[in-house]
Write a protein that binds this ligand. Structure first.
Ligand code: NAD
Length: 314
């Protein structure tokens, strides 16, 4: 199949692009290189067509979807904290980009559109695990943007008959996640600090918890979405359905890196949620999805990869 991965030079997008090439698809990537890197696509450099461009530009978006049968929309500036600081940037790169890609896809006759959603749409409601039919109440502009994207994805199915799906990713981690900014994923930062013999910064008491999901599981869910029989704008959780606290995570990173456990606690960040855990029954029913990698397996592979990398000072 001819497929497009937006944000394909980023962390998740590059793993997905690689897996799609391995599965025999013809893969095009569009990426503005805002946070993505060409180097992330090194292993498939000769097999992937890379368009350096912005998904919010309708002409670039049209060029990107030409001849494409399925779109995986991963492009975004994926940070809660950054969206609190800069809501307009978040809106532009998140829901505006999503709508622009949907509209270009519709005009070009793209059959299937799979959207990278987020657990941030659930907000802070105390009920766990999160099921897709629960109330959504995002706490940050980033979460609002993801929820808005979901609605567009659903409406493009009901109005225009596109086969669309939102995959609500829960805290993804793995090789290539960039630890280099204060907005980066917590696992990438904990590993980087620990490998450098520094003390990791923990916002709050560290008892907040997440359903940390190894990137290979997210790739599996996307590949399953390409094969699924019929899609009509549904939203499904993609996670492992296991809750790990930040302190538990830190102990795991200390063990894998061979470093002593230490933490410097700082004030909680605005917009952060307290606990997160997914029910993944719907993904199993709709996509046959089951996480192949557990948290510990993923953490081991991730630490092993970071050991081979030059690490930035953070
Ligand atoms: N990493 C997670 O834990 C997580 C959790 C939930 C959802 N998501 C979603 O998954 C997707 C991928 O996230 P990631 O962690 O790989 O982040 P990432 O920053 O590594 O990848 C995003 C990519 O999108 C590109 N991009 C940004 N704006 C663009 C634009 N306007 N046009 C073209 N390209 C653009 C960036 O350059 C980057 O390569 C995002 O939509 C994110 O919101 C990620």
């Amino acid at each position: 199949m001819n497929v497009l991965v937006t944000g394909g030079a980023g962390f998740i997008g590059s793993h997905l692009a690689e897996a799609l090439v391995r599965a025999g698809h013809r893969v095009r990537v569009i990426d503005s290189l805002f946070s993505g890197k060409r180097a992330n696509l090194e292993a498939v450099r000769d097999d992937v067509e890379l368009i350096e461009g912005d998904c919010t530009n309708p002409e670039t978006a049209s060029r990107a979807v030409e001849g494409i049968e399925a779109v995986f929309h991963e492009a975004a500036v994926p940070s809660v904290a950054r969206s609190v600081k800069d809501p307009l940037l978040s809106h532009q790169t998140n829901p505006t980009a999503t709508l622009t890609m949907l509209e270009a896809s519709r005009n070009s006759g793209v059959r299937r559109f799979v959207f990278a959603g987020s657990s941030s749409v659930y907000g802070n409601s105390p009920t766990l695990p999160k099921r897709e039919d629960m109330e959504t109440r995002p706490l940050s502009p980033y979460g609002v943007g993801k929820l808005s994207g979901e609605h567009y994805v659903r409406v493009f199915a009901s109005l225009f008959g596109m086969e669309t799906l939102t995959l609500r990713y829960f805290n993804v981690f793995g090789p290539r996640q960039d630890p280099g900014s204060p907005y980066s994923g917590v696992i990438s930062r904990f590993i980087t600090w620990m490998l450098q013999g520094k003390t990791p910064v923990v916002y709050g008491d560290g008892e907040q918890s997440r359903d940390f999901t190894y990137v290979a599981n997210v790739v599996d869910a996307n590949l399953a979405a390409l094969e699924a029989a019929a899609l009509g704008g549904e939203a499904v959780n993609v996670a492992t359905s296991r809750r790990v606290s930040l302190m538990e995570l830190l102990r795991g990173v200390a063990r894998e890196t061979g470093q002593p456990l230490r933490a410097q606690h700082e004030r909680e960040r605005a917009g952060d949620i307290r606990h997160s855990l997914a029910d993944i029954g719907k993904a199993e029913r709709l996509l046959g999805y089951r996480p192949r990698y557990g948290f510990e397996d993923g953490l081991r592979e991730t630490v092993a990869w970071y050991r081979t990398q030059p690490l930035p000072a953070i």
